[in-house]
Ligand binder design. Sequence first.
Ligand SMILES: [Zn+2]
Length: 276
Amino acid sequence: MLYIRKSPPSKEAADNISRVKTERKYLLDRQDPQAARRAFDSLDKSKIRKSLIREQHGLCGYCMRRIGDAGSTTIEHRAPVDKNLDRVLDYENMIGVCDGGRTADKEDWPEGRHILCCDASKGDREITIDPYDKNHMDKIRYSEKGRIYTYPEDKVLERDINDVLHLNGLDGLDTSTGLLRARREAYRSYVRGMRRQGGKVSRAYIEGRIKAIESQEIYPAFAGVILFFLKRKLRELTQKEERQAYKSKIEFEEQLREKIRGEEIPPSPCGEAEGV
Ligand SMILES: [Zn+2]
């Protein structure tokens, strides 16, 4: 999961939403979930999808699989429609997500189980975790084995990650979309990049790789995993540099003190009689 900087909708998406709000007002006024959904279904979804995909850099807002401007990208309501009728056409409440494995080939199901993720497993449940909330996203961590977790541990967010969105699979099995496997592979590609540096990973190399990803309109799938490990490495390098700078400063001060001591004139033996 990656922080998504929520932006205003594209002009064509905004125009479409406002037209539907006017033309389907009679449906929205009914305060009925089915009527609200009919109003939502009369949106030009491709315009909304395009706008969401742009601000999400082409990744599912929950699992970071690649999503495209096609029917397989679902426009998900983060706050479920049934309990938030007034937010059915609220762009702020819309997030582009993958199909969650609904169309995954049966041979890809782990041990024959169809384990869905993202909106496909969430359904109309309410969640706390919010990719639009930077504080939430700053807690997201990845293990080398491909697991997503929070640090410091946040039980509420972990419940959403594990029990609602199934981002770590279910019952020890991966999802039908192979999320754990894909995150492990993203970690391995990070390691391969590091190894190519021959044990001399420089700050410039890491910053360059981060920039190369973050400057793209469309991120590679699971970019959040690689960015997480790159940024962690950058923090480690910074700490190492700070420790070295501190050590050099102490050594310099010690040398300076010794130099001053060496230059000091010994005190004169005043008050001592010399055979007067
Ligand atoms: Zn997804």
